[in-house]
Design a protein around this ligand. Structure first.
Ligand SMILES: NC(=O)C1=CN([C@@H]2O[C@H](COP(=O)(O)OP(=O)(O)OC[C@H]3O[C@@H](n4cnc5c(N)ncnc54)[C@H](OP(=O)(O)O)[C@@H]3O)[C@@H](O)[C@H]2O)C=CC1
Ligand SMILES: O=C(CO)COP(=O)(O)O
Ligand SMILES: [Zn+2]
Length: 352
């Protein structure tokens, strides 16, 4: 008898476009959520958008509470849970970049209430996914959480965010190429379950973004549109897989190590992008696709070298040689890459 079962948790309403911040209330009303909303935001997004959000709720007779988080930490998640408890919040709205969104996502998951994502920056696929991450000493990678019930991404707001945040979101998507290769390798070598649907969707998402890279330009609102759609698609691939495997392989392991090792870590998307140049080389060799990955990153203004990340050569190599230790996730790094091999790969690809 066939007894396998699977749960695919997806956002129900995804609203993307110019000025859709004004559609937040409408998108939420369709979800039949009860109770008072608690808006979790951070200083800049609060300045940019909290008043407009508040006014939209007030127009239908709801007074939302607003809490501002400054730093991503487990303490902040607990503070948000306490604030939600105090007003008996029915659901949480994360308004901002990955920091307030993940704090709200994790607090909502712990509290067992609904969560809505309103990104003001498109810096990585956490704005859509069922993964939550706050920096915590030894465990930098994400953990499972319920994905947002709705994502409302105002491209006008996102296009006005610092350009580097958008290029980081693009680079997080470009890294899907190597993530899928790592996943397939783990399937072949370690019998890790692989989803053809999730793998194909993740790879196609990277392909479409690269194909449309001409429309990814500073000051062009269409860029925000292209990257948000890709982040949504990548989030769906993770939901189908029930893990971050379609979008997180060895390049993410290296980035998580950089977060620990480097004094001034760069943006997540930029780190995984640079690391994926090297892991693509490890997969396909000198004549392989690493130049394509590098050129795709360069084409959207993302860094392609450790120096471009502001990270020293030694720290980059340390991250490469220790990345396999941080998580039970088989990748091209296997049981560890030797230092000379890491230096060779990073040198040939021009990352060092
Ligand atoms: N779930 C996942 O899979 C992942 C989660 N993460 C998590 O995401 C967080 C990092 O996300 P990231 O988005 O880079 O960080 P932030 O949320 O900190 O945003 C980056 C910066 O941009 C500012 N900002 C946000 N929106 C705008 C805007 N429209 N205009 C001007 N400035 C803006 C923020 O202001 P302010 O300082 O006021 O907030 C902040 O200074 C980390 O906590 C990390 O752990 C990272 C990768 C993957
Ligand atoms: O960043 C992610 C996918 O892009 C999430 O991956 P992790 O599970 O490695 O945190
Ligand atoms: Zn990522």
């Amino acid at each position: 008898m066939f007894e396998k079962s699977t749960w695919i948790r997806l956002p129900r309403n995804v609203v993307v476009g110019h000025g859709v911040l004004d559609s937040v209330v409408e998108a939420i009303e369709e979800l039949y959520l009860d109770g008072q909303p608690l808006v979790v935001t951070s200083p800049t997004p609060a300045d940019l958008a909290a008043d407009r959000l508040r006014a939209a709720f007030e127009s239908i007779g709801i007074e939302p509470a607003v809490t501002i988080v400054e730093r991503a930490s487990f303490g902040a998640v607990e503070e948000v849970m306490a604030a939600a408890e105090e007003i008996d919040a029915g659901y949480l709205i994360g308004l901002g970049g990955g920091k307030p969104i993940d704090i709200a996502k994790m607090a909502a998951d712990e509290r067992g209430c609904g969560f809505v994502s309103v990104p003001t920056a498109a810096s990585h696929d956490g704005i859509v996914s069922g993964r939550g991450s706050v920096p915590d000493g030894d465990s930098r990678h994400s953990v499972a959480a319920h994905p947002p019930l709705a994502v409302i991404a105002d491209t006008e707001l996102i296009a006005n965010a610092p350009w580097r945040l958008t290029t980081a979101g693009c680079a997080d998507i470009i890294s899907n190429y190597t993530a899928v290769k790592d996943w397939q390798l783990a399937h072949r070598l370690k019998n890790v379950e692989y989803s053809e649907y999730a793998g194909a969707l993740s790879r196609m998402t990277a392909e479409m973004l690269v194909d449309r890279s001409d429309s990814i330009k500073r000051g062009l609102e269409e860029s925000a549109w292209v990257v948000v759609k890709a982040l949504v698609s990548s989030g769906v691939a993770m939901s189908i897989a029930g893990s971050s495997r379609p979008a997180s392989g060895a390049e993410h392991l290296i980035s998580h190590q950089l977060d620990r090792i480097a004094t001034d870590a760069a943006l997540h998307g930029h780190q995984v992008g640079v690391a994926s140049i090297v892991t693509e080389y490890l997969h396909s060799g000198e004549g392989g696709d690493w130049k394509r990955v590098r050129d795709a990153l360069a084409g959207i203004d993302a860094p392609t070298t450790a120096g471009g990340l502001g990270i020293g050569d030694e720290q980059f190599i340390e991250a490469m040689t220790t990345a396999h230790e941080i998580r039970d996730r088989y990748t091209i790094l296997g049981d560890g890459i030797e230092e000379p091999a890491a230096i060779e790969a990073a040198t040939v690809t021009g990352v060092l």
